[in-house]
Design a protein around this ligand. Sequence first.
Ligand SMILES: Nc1ncnc2c1ncn2[C@@H]1O[C@H](COP(=O)(O)OP(=O)(O)O)[C@@H](O)[C@H]1O
Ligand SMILES: [Mg+2]
Length: 275
Amino acid sequence: MTLAGMPPVVARRQVAPRLMLEDPILRMTGVEKSFGDVTALSGVDATVYPGEVLGIVGESGSGKSTLLRMMNLEDTPNHGHYHLALPDREDSDLFSLDRFERRMLRARHIGIVYQNPHLGLLMNHTSSGNVAERLLVAGERNFAELRRRARASLDASEFPLARMDARPAELSGGMQQRVQLAKAIALEPTLLLLDEPTTGLDVSVQALVLDTLKRLLRERRMTMVIVSHDLGVIRTMADRVMVMRGGAVVEEGLADQIFQDPQHEYTQQLVHAKL
Ligand SMILES: Nc1ncnc2c1ncn2[C@@H]1O[C@H](COP(=O)(O)OP(=O)(O)O)[C@@H](O)[C@H]1O
Ligand SMILES: [Mg+2]
């Protein structure tokens, strides 16, 4: 795949004044990733500010999930740097960490919800056990505390507590996403990553899960990156939007401006196809 001939990135509006008051929580620069002949990411920069929701939109294959996996330290790029502002560690390039350090950092500071619940959950453990596992990794050992905290997190995700000992394999898709969400927020992560969290759910269930996310955003100070190929999802959730195509960012800006006045031809096509 080649990016030659693509118009330059349009990024004339960067950050809402409200958000510019604080330094970024996440800074990723110059990220390149190839799988054999396929260039999945090409020179991607991403910035996320505390308390905002960054939406990443683009058609299937544009590199969204690959980028989110990098943010979750699951994968390492061929080139690039990654900095997170964390309370308990000095600033350093997270791509240089070893597997153990990555795992600890991820457990303590990053939560993720995947489109495919098999990636995020042990389908044959109990739902409460899946949430408790995250607490265990962070050092909680007391059984009663594990159960209390797992329950509280499931409740915050609006999971029906009567089913907390059911296995995800027995639950509906919407419920499985709520278990993933409960696990992701159990330790109040610095960064919550969501990769197509409602794709494949019935429209009515999708709306309910998005409502839960919005409620959590209102009640907790959370910083979120949500990836979707669905512009409607991005529109209801995001403060700021990054538009990806062919492994590159073609446009970024405030959500209202991207939707009302898209500058890049590709974004214009996306927005107008949706209206
Ligand atoms: N593990 C992998 N092995 C080979 N190719 C991959 C792998 N992961 C992603 N790709 C390729 O990288 C490109 C971007 O994929 P992806 O990040 O999943 O896009 P999106 O999430 O936007 O649909 C696609 O061409 C995809 O086929
Ligand atoms: Mg994807």
